[in-house]
Design a protein around this ligand. Structure first.
Ligand code: SAM
Length: 269
């Protein structure tokens, strides 16, 4: 029997908090990057969601983490790419530690925290130093890492002995040593142009590693904030089913067209 059955790509227009069409316990892995609270690019998204203050933004996201918990199987993994933000608030310029709020919310939703990854994007530019000159103590450390937070629902995922799907999903020792180290400093962010500029798309290498690390072929991978569909296309290439939710009508129409194109190309390939 072929251990890699044909896979499907499903795109669903709608709200990430509701995950329309995603049945409870039907997903093995979630890989996503939400709109980041306190980053101006996402202010409008949160306003449409009825949230303009930091706690309200995280309260909306918390509903998504809860919905992901319901969608996952026991032993399923949630991977969230999020960055902190630097911005002035009523008490002056400060850090908004999004990774802390997401961690707290995921734990409240019933997830168990796992060791996270720091994604440090390589850059040719010298660091954007925030402060004046060389006199202590009022400068700020440059914010140049994003987080890939990892959570599990319940205990370890059980597999039958010598499971074929697990065997064919094996990674090499080199891949393991590289991917399971805590700092990823070799994945360049992608130039944000066209639709990508609007969505803050992540480079395919991020979902590629996470999907190989935390799922097996034939699994289903969900992205509740699908954007340009990076997670969905990579999952498909890796023999996983994928489902993506997106609430921007233009983006979700584009996702649907691209999903059809890819599945049709496969049929004729
Ligand atoms: C950071 S982007 C995700 C980018 C994606 N990883 C990619 O590679 O293109 C967040 C996406 O979430 C979408 N979004 C914002 N609020 C949403 C909501 N309530 N439900 C579903 N999608 C939402 C935005 O339109 C945007 O495309």
């Amino acid at each position: 029997m072929d251990p890699v059955p044909p896979t499907t790509i499903r795109t669903v227009p709608g709200d990430a908090r509701e995950l329309p069409g995603v049945a409870p316990g039907s997903v093995e892995l979630v890989v996503t990057s939400p709109p980041y609270p306190m980053i101006p690019q996402w202010d409008e998204s949160f306003r449409r969601w009825g949230a303009s203050e930091y706690p309200a933004m995280h309260a909306r996201l918390a509903e998504v983490w809860s919905a992901c918990h319901t969608a996952l199987i026991d032993g399923g993994i949630l991977a969230v790419n999020v960055g902190d933000a630097l911005r002035s608030g009523s008490d002056g310029f400060r850090l908004w530690p999004n990774h802390v709020e997401v961690t707290r919310a995921c734990e409240s939703a019933g997830f168990r925290s796992l060791p996270y990854i720091l994604w440090k994007k390589p850059t040719n530019k010298p660091n954007a130093f925030l402060g004046s000159g060389f006199l202590p103590p009022n400068a700020y450390v440059t914010l140049d890492c994003e987080f890939i937070l990892l959570f599990r629902k319940g205990g370890l995922r059980p597999f039958p002995r010598n499971d074929r799907r697990r065997e064919v999903s094996r990674y090499t020792k080199l891949e393991r040593d590289h991917w399971f180290s805590q700092v990823w400093d070799d994945v360049r962010g992608i130039r944000q142009s066209g639709v990508g500029r609007r969505t803050g798309a992540f480079p395919p290498e991020i979902p590629r590693r996470l999907i190989r690390m935390f799922s097996v072929v034939g699994d289903t991978v969900l992205d509740p904030f699908a954007g340009t569909g990076t997670t969905l296309w990579v999952a498909h290439e890796l023999g996983r089913n994928s489902v993506g939710v997106e609430n921007d009508p233009e983006l979700s129409a584009a996702l649907e067209r691209e999903a059809l194109r890819r599945t049709a190309a496969e049929g004729t390939g």
